[in-house]
Design a protein around this ligand. Structure first.
Ligand code: T3D
Length: 260
């Protein structure tokens, strides 16, 4: 049996691929565990400066919970504990990752698969890309961070519509709504463009990116944001990247970032 999650790092980019193309990259336990472990490793790996998250094959990024596995759980488990055991820890790892994450969303992203895409900082899609919140379609509420992320991406009213009516959002609308950061012309270009973006981020100011992600995670008051900005700027301002980039600017040169 092949590994349900593939992970490799090259030139600063860790590519994590959900590798169950025959099951439309549905999430069973080994896949959920493999994903969480691969993303945790990427978070702690100094050679990783950006993460590229993808689904294997051409049909799906990820269709969420493997419903064949779920049917078996329903026969044995009451109440369901998958969210606490698997989806929450997985969402937490992605949400807290201080490195930029690019999702290559080729084909359908449904349920927790859509949530995983929303947890990325950038989503690149093509003509076959679609998002289906799916949860209510099988009588469930949202999970894997979707109740938090979707209203922030599209507004509360649209989030309510997509979650409750489970309407499929196709590529052009996903781009208009901001569910896709970038829509490319052909499906073949999705992986290439997402890899280019991840490579660009991997050669950027890694510490500053981490601080920007922390800033964007901060909830609370204006004062909380200002406080966070002061800490973030102290940390970014102390980096060799910052010093070198400012020097490069005044010398009319292009900056090059080492990630420290
Ligand atoms: O406690 C807990 O575990 C709760 C956790 C919940 C997390 C979640 O993610 S809940 C949401 C789970 N996902 C879904 O409900 C999605 C169900 N699938 C669909 O709605 C549709 O299949 C799609 C919109 C994703 C794609 O539609 P379409 O028309 O392109 O394809 P299809 O014909 O419906 O599906 C193709 C095959 O994939 C089909 O199998 P077959 O007939 O070719 O053997 C279908 O059964 C299978 N498939 C699709 N989604 C799943 C799946 N198999 C297992 N799990 C799936 N999620």
């Amino acid at each position: 049996m092949s590994d349900p999650v593939l992970s490799s790092t090259s030139d600063g980019v860790t590519t994590v691929t959900i590798n169950r193309p025959d099951a439309l990259n549905a999430l069973d336990v080994p896949t959920k565990v493999g994903l969480r472990e691969a993303l945790s490793r990427a978070g702690g790996d100094p050679d990783c400066r950006a993460v590229l998250l993808a689904g294997a094959g051409e049909r799906a990024f990820c269709v969420g919970q493997d419903l064949r596995e779920h049917v078996r759980n329903l026969q044995t488990e009451a109440p369901l504990k998958t969210v606490r055991e698997h989806y929450n820890p997985l969402a937490r790892v992605l949400f807290d990752l201080d490195k930029p994450v690019v999702a290559a969303v080729r084909g359908v992203a449904a349920g927790a698969g859509a949530s995983l895409a929303f947890l990325a900082d950038f989503r690149v899609g093509g003509p076959s890309t679609s998002f289906s919140m799916a949860f209510a379609g099988i009588g469930l509420a949202a999970d894997t961070g979707a109740s938090y992320l979707l209203p922030r991406l599209v507004g509360r009213a649209r989030a309510a519509e997509l979650l409750m009516l489970n309407r499929t959002v196709r590529a052009a609308e996903a781009s208009e709504l901001g569910l896709l950061t970038e829509l490319v012309e052909t499906d073949e270009e999705v992986a290439k463009r997402a890899a280019e973006l991840a490579a660009r981020l991997a050669s950027g100011p890694t510490v500053a990116y981490g601080q920007i992600k922390r800033q964007l995670r901060v909830g609370g008051t204006f004062a909380d944001a200002l406080d966070c900005e002061a800490d973030a700027q102290a940390a970014s301002g102390a980096t060799a990247d910052h010093r070198a980039a400012v020097e490069a600017f005044v010398n009319k040169q292009k900056p090059s970032f080492e990630g420290r």
